[in-house]
Design a protein around this ligand. Structure first.
Ligand code: AVJ
Length: 323
């Protein structure tokens, strides 16, 4: 699909109403009801996610900031001069700035983001900090094929695909592998892949990270239903669902669910869905990896790992791969 990459769209994001309804009806019709986590990121959801990143239990942002500060110069060495940084799921682009400012005269920055408000914010942030850098935003769902904007390429221009924050963890391992294979083609023969990958660790650390004491993650999860009320005129009673997060040891993932507190029916347009008491909507998976397992997954997608950096608490990793 060819997308307009010149400016962010003015609507509420790349997930359109008709498409949103289709995705929701699909998910809520399944035996285990589910909704895809990309639906979290409307304007309110993107703001709530920023607040999750400030919660003490959610260790990822601090660990990653530490890793990027410690290793940005090493990554810049890999990138060389005048490379292009492509960031699928850019969000607010706070972490990209740490990398961009270390790179040697980067040619362009291409944030790809489903939320038009988050995208506009990331563009403004990078332009303010680096006025001479070409910023070419793409408002798109990065899980779909997208085309790179026309840039002033040289034959030797190196492309770096950058996905910090453990966004890759939202995908099942086979999906992560196929995304990494897509990026291998996107990045080309001298391409680089830089990923933030969350590490397998005890549930005592994992579960509070996805159920913070201040209740921000709960609000983030429940905002999904509020969004369906706003955009699809659904009639979810937000008090009738509760946020739950637990570590699924066998699948090596943290799962987030919305649990129905009672038997109930909900209307979405002409559709109607029912819940028994305790029945859930599965809203997110966040996969955790050992360093060895992730190296194999990346290798299957055509990427050779060159660097594995782990934060001082051993919780989170920054990994650099070459095509
Ligand atoms: C944005 C997918 C990396 O899985 O840790 C945070 C999303 N959900 N708290 C994650 C999230 C609940 C986050 N990612």
């Amino acid at each position: 699909m060819a997308l307009d990459h010149r400016k962010p769209r003015a609507d509420t994001g790349a997930v359109m109403d008709a498409e949103l309804l289709g995705v929701v009806v699909d998910g809520l019709s399944a035996a285990q009801k589910w909704l895809p986590p990309k639906l979290f990121y409307d304007e309110i959801g993107s703001r709530l996610f920023e607040r999750i990143c400030e919660q003490p239990e959610y260790y990822i942002p601090a660990a990653e900031r530490w890793l990027l500060k410690a290793h940005a110069n090493a990554l810049a060495q890999y990138g060389g001069p005048a490379c292009v940084l492509i960031e699928p799921g850019a969000g607010s682009a706070e972490k990209s700035l740490l990398l961009l400012q270390a790179l040697d005269q980067p040619l362009a920055y291409v944030p790809v983001e489903i939320s038009s408000t988050a995208l506009a914010g990331s563009v403004a942030r990078v332009r303010a900090a680096m006025p001479d850098l070409q910023v070419q935003p793409l408002c798109a769902d990065f899980t779909r094929a997208f085309q790179l904007p026309k840039l002033d390429w040289r034959p030797w221009t190196r492309r770096i695909v950058f996905m910090p924050g453990s966004t890759i963890g939202n995908f099942a391992p086979h999906e992560a592998r196929s995304l990494m294979a897509d990026w291998r083609r996107l990045a080309g023969p001298r391409g680089l892949l830089v990923l933030g990958v969350d590490l397998l660790k005890p549930r005592e650390v994992l579960e509070p990270a996805y159920d913070d004491a201040a209740g921000v993650t709960a609000a983030f999860n429940l905002n999904l239903l509020a969004r369906l009320n706003r955009e699809l005129q659904a009639d979810f009673d937000l008090d009738a669902f509760a946020h739950r997060a637990w570590f699924n040891q066998a699948e090596r993932r943290v799962e987030m669910h919305l649990v129905s507190r009672r038997a109930q029916q909900v209307r979405i347009g002409t559709h109607s869905f029912s819940w028994t008491r305790g029945e859930t909507i599965h809203t997110e998976n966040s996969y955790k990896y050992t360093p060895a397992d992730f190296a194999v997954l990346a290798l299957d997608a055509g990427w050779f790992r060159r660097e594995l950096w782990v934060d001082p608490h051993g919780r989170f990793s920054l990994q650099c791969f070459e095509a």
